[in-house]
Ligand binder design. Structure first.
Ligand code: GLN
Length: 306
């Protein structure tokens, strides 16, 4: 029997309501603290063209670390396996903004989804493109088939003014010779990249090439080959939700990438993308209601990679 995605989204929407007041909106980027924790949106984008949404699925939010997935896709597409000389592929087991491993691992970040790794990817893109952040933005516009997607300049500046920890990470990597561009250039570009705003619906569409083994489902454009898409999906599963990726795999069972704006993009390979947004975060920095919503989604649909 066909899965009634709309009915499932509506059930989840009801179920998560009591959770919306339990998460805490990110405050270390002051501009993000202005967003209400009461938002909840969810969008499903099926590769066969069907779409389903509930709640605030059309409201734009700060995509933050979800952009790390797109920046990595672009860098991997351009540079291939050369990127692995500068960034690893193992879960860090540490918070996304931690400095500690970087010191004893000599400036090579554990993976491209922690801040250190994303700064290196931004630096790699800056060697290829005039402006790394513009390259990521343009890439996301193509993937979402929407030229209006843009940065939120207030969020970018707000993060840049408070980017002490990311700047420290960048300096440490520069000292180890793992950053080619000036620290302030990389930080400014990274903050703008993180400040790209999109809705659940737009992100679900933009990420669909990964669920479709590397090709844009509606026009067949190949962004990544089959094997590269598989590899990025594997990294999402092992490293995409910070230091709780193991628990996320246990509870949800899908490759996913989260951001401190409260968005999570997840894939059912070969079938669909599902994006959830709710700005209240848990202790690890993942959307509290978002993780629960995805857990319910895989339970109610019977879909996961396992
Ligand atoms: N821009 C944020 C930061 O660097 C992104 C972090 C995140 O979403 N986990 O802290």
């Amino acid at each position: 029997m066909a899965i009634d995605y709309q009915a499932i989204l509506e059930t989840i929407y009801q179920e998560v309501q009591p959770l919306l007041s339990q998460g805490r909106v990110a405050r270390y980027i002051p501009e993000l603290s202005k967003v209400s924790a009461q938002h909840f949106g969810m969008a499903v984008f099926c590769l066969d063209g069907r779409r389903f949404t509930v709640g605030d699925a059309q409201t734009k939010f700060s995509t933050q670390s979800v952009t790390k997935l797109f920046a990595l896709s672009l860098a991997f597409e351009r540079e291939g396996d050369a990127i692995w000389e500068r960034v690893g592929r193992e879960p860090s087991g540490n918070p996304f903004n931690s400095l500690s491993q970087l010191e004893y691992e000599r400036g090579i970040p554990r993976n491209p989804f922690i801040n250190a790794g994303a700064l290196v990817i931004n630096d790699i893109l800056a060697q290829r493109f005039a402006q790394a952040d513009m390259a990521v933005l343009q890439f996301m516009r193509v993937l979402a088939d929407d030229q209006k997607i843009d940065f939120d300049r207030d969020v970018a500046l707000s993060e840049q003014r408070h980017a002490h920890r990311n700047t420290a990470i960048a300096h440490l990597m520069k000292d180890f010779g793992n950053l080619r561009n000036p620290v302030d250039v990389v930080i400014a570009s990274y903050c703008r990249q993180c400040a790209i705003t999109m809705s659940c619906e737009e992100l679900a569409k933009a990420g669909s090439f990964l669920a479709n083994h590397g090709s844009i489902p509606w026009n067949g454009t190949q962004i990544l080959d089959y094997s590269s898409a598989k590899r990025l999906s594997a990294l999402m599963l092992t490293c995409g939700t910070y230091d709780v990726a193991g628990d996320f795999a246990f509870r949800v069972g899908l490759p996913a990438k989260s951001g401190v704006g409260g968005g999570i993009l997840a894939l059912v390979p070969g079938e669909l993308t599902v994006v959830v947004w709710s700005p209240g975060l848990d202790a690890a920095g993942n959307s509290l209601a978002g993780v629960m919503a995805l857990e319910r989604f895989t339970t109610l649909t019977g879909r996961s990679i396992f």
